[in-house]
Design a binder for this molecule. Structure first.
Ligand code: NAD
Length: 332
């Protein structure tokens, strides 16, 4: 029946059921790196929970998946407490919802602003810490507050500079991914050896990074796109687009497709271009990210408990119905 006709008890019971299902799927996806369902199936159920909680705010619990960054720390890894939380991101699934996001922001700020629009890389979020220009620590996002120390594994990833072009002490963040070609070869090999194939490049990258033996990671041919840092003052920049330029100058691999868009029609045409070219890219993308370009405005807008208010993901529709469903199997 329609949500408007739910009693509070019914809403609460339905939310509990949704949370239980989402948590089971999240456990498989984040902890075991073996999803039980396709992302769009997860996204639809997550949306149902959001809608319920929006209609009945009193049923929201602090441990609801809508209030927390998904992910856990695997046993065996040293824990890293992030200096600043690594957040998730709000998402929309249509141009109408994207226009609503834009309208909401424009109501809240008095100045005009641009967006920096970027590809949403479907990999694993990583944090890289440099001291005086030397790579000293790398971590996963984990639950957003505490991640896994994967420094030794990340040292095997060739695109991650061991030494920056300038002796800066900074923390940068980005996405570690497995190129599609490497993914196909890896799965061929695994199947030939009688091992389970990975469901997709994202899970293969996550499984390859969250290994206790760095030699396994080294053999997996991972790569990175770096897109942010925690302290912009260090780079003396005032926009996201300038930050990307400086990150590239320091030696990081920065995706070349980012574009400053002045209007929503510009954003829409960027989305259409990359949605059409998606298959030709050598890495998986699951959408487009819109970021308010001005860093001062980003700071002014701030974050919710789970997501920044100044950015949103436009998620692509699912490519085709796929049926890979795996039993949970632990990677370490
Ligand atoms: P998300 O992956 O949808 O978005 C946030 C992440 O996007 C960031 O943490 C960052 O790592 C990444 N990102 C990629 N490109 C970026 C760029 N250019 N700029 C900034 N960030 C960029 O959100 P999430 O909280 O990490 O995960 C939730 C999503 O995971 C769900 O929407 C669902 O699709 C998927 N999921 C799937 C299952 C499943 O069973 N299939 C289970 C749980 C979650």
């Amino acid at each position: 029946k329609p949500i408007e006709q739910y009693s509070k008890q019914e809403a609460s019971a339905a939310a509990l059921k949704l949370r239980t299902t989402l948590e089971r799927w999240s456990q498989a996806y984040y902890t075991a790196d073996k999803p039980m369902v396709e992302d769009h199936v997860y996204d639809e159920k997550y949306r149902d929970l959001q809608t319920l909680e929006h209609a009945f705010p009193e049923i929201i619990t602090s441990d609801s998946p809508t209030q927390q960054v998904g992910g856990q720390v695997l046993p065996g890894f040293t824990k890293v407490t992030h200096a600043q939380p690594m957040l998730s991101m709000g998402d929309v699934f249509s141009f109408e919802e994207l226009a609503d996001f834009d309208q909401r922001l424009r109501k809240n700020v008095t100045t005009d602003f641009d967006y920096n629009v970027e590809l949403k890389i479907d990999g694993l979020a990583i944090s890289l810490v440099y001291e005086n220009g030397i790579f000293v620590r790398g971590a996963t996002r984990g639950n957003g507050t505490i991640g896994e120390d994967i420094t030794q594994n990340l040292k095997t990833v060739k695109s991650i500079p061991r030494r920056l072009k300038e002796p800066l002490s900074i923390e940068v963040r980005g996405e570690c991914y497995m190129p599609k070609v490497s993914f196909a070869k890896l799965n061929q090999r695994r199947e030939a050896e009688g091992q389970d194939a990975f469901a997709n490049p994202r899970n293969a990258a996550a499984g390859s990074l969250r290994q206790l033996n760095p030699r396994v990671t080294a053999a997996r041919n991972l790569s990175t796109w770096i897109y942010t840092l925690t302290d912009y003052a260090q780079l003396n920049v005032s926009t996201q687009s300038q930050a990307l330029k400086r990150l590239a100058e320091l030696g990081f691999t920065v995706n070349p497709t980012a574009k400053v868009c002045h209007s929503m029609p510009d954003v829409q045409s960027y989305i259409e271009t990359y949605q059409a070219q998606r298959d030709q890219l050598d890495y998986d993308i699951d959408g487009i990210v819109l970021k308010v370009n001005s860093l001062a405005l980003q700071a002014q807008l701030g974050n919710t408990v789970k997501v920044p208010r100044w950015e949103i993901a436009y998620k692509f529709p699912p490519e085709e119905a796929q049926t890979v469903i795996h039993e949970i199997e632990w990677t370490v």
